[in-house]
Write a protein that binds this ligand. Structure first.
Ligand code: MN
Length: 277
């Protein structure tokens, strides 16, 4: 059964990673995933690549996020697929769906926690600030200055996360954010949903770099020490079966790098984005 959603957003945002290769990922994912109900391609304008307020390409990132928010306000979808692009591309979708679905669980399936702010980020790249923005902190052009944060820390489950900056590590422990390590994921991939109510709404943010780069090197920021793609796929299938899936994003795919695309299609199939077989 293919996951039914109201809209697919194709968002080739690359300025958040400052890596043009992930723009091609959006086009390739759009080719691999059949359209559900409607598909919108959000244009990403090129522009000056300067750093403002400690964030690289902030104007281009803010512009894309704002135009994505405009689409969501206009259509008011109940379920959304975002095909990125870098990890900042689905900030608007999570914000929209968290408001529509109280008690939403966000599974952040990513080698990185993306919990930096412009002040703490070593790289100054917006794609490392997305999850923190969803907690209401960071540059206002990234958070979009909502009335309240989209999420509380208790709504978040980090899955397979391992490449953490010290301030991110501190933030995770200070706020008690749930964290399934790569070793725990490899050991019991279906246990990721253990603490969550059956049938409750969930969102999956899948950064393909969660997989070990030995298996899947076609990502913007590879991080060694990850789980095998089959283990990630089992966790994704468990989330899909356990929850009412209301949102999915797939991010950071750099298809120009040599890789075996069967690993990517297996992950898409685990999320019911492609027909079985
Ligand atoms: Mn990542």
């Amino acid at each position: 059964m293919v996951w039914k959603r109201d809209v697919d957003l194709v968002v080739p945002l690359w300025q958040g990673a400052d890596d043009l290769r992930v723009a091609a990922g959006a086009a390739e994912l759009a080719r691999l995933v059949p359209t559900s109900t409607a598909r919108l391609h959000v244009a990403v304008f090129d522009g000056p690549r300067h750093t403002r307020d400690g964030v690289r390409n902030l104007d281009a990132v803010a512009d894309t996020l704002q135009r994505t928010r405009d689409r969501l306000i206009h259509r008011d979808p109940h379920r959304v697929l975002t095909l990125g692009g870098d990890c900042a591309c689905d900030i608007p979708a999570v914000q929209h769906l968290a408001a529509r679905h109280p008690g939403l669980t966000l599974y952040w399936v990513d080698a990185h926690a993306d919990l930096n702010t412009p002040r703490t980020s070593p790289s100054g790249t917006a794609h490392g600030m997305g999850l923190r923005a969803l907690l209401g902190e960071g540059h206002p052009d990234i958070t979009g200055t909502p009335d309240r944060p989209a999420l509380t820390p208790a709504q978040i489950v980090l899955v397979g996360t391992r490449d953490l900056d010290p301030p991110e590590r501190d933030h995770i422990s200070a706020h008690g954010i749930a964290h399934v390590t790569p070793a725990e994921l490899a050991e019991a991939p279906r246990a990721v949903t253990a603490a969550r109510r059956t049938g409750s709404p969930a969102y999956v943010h899948l950064d393909l770099d969660v997989c070990d780069p030995a298996d899947l090197p076609a990502v913007g920021v590879p991080a060694p020490g990850g789980p095998r793609p089959a283990q990630v796929a089992r966790a994704l299938a468990a989330i899909t079966a356990h929850h009412d899936l209301v949102g999915v994003a797939v991010c950071e795919y750099a298809p120009v790098l040599e890789h075996d695309q069967r690993h990517v299609t297996a992950l898409l199939a685990a999320l019911d984005l492609t027909a079985p077989g």
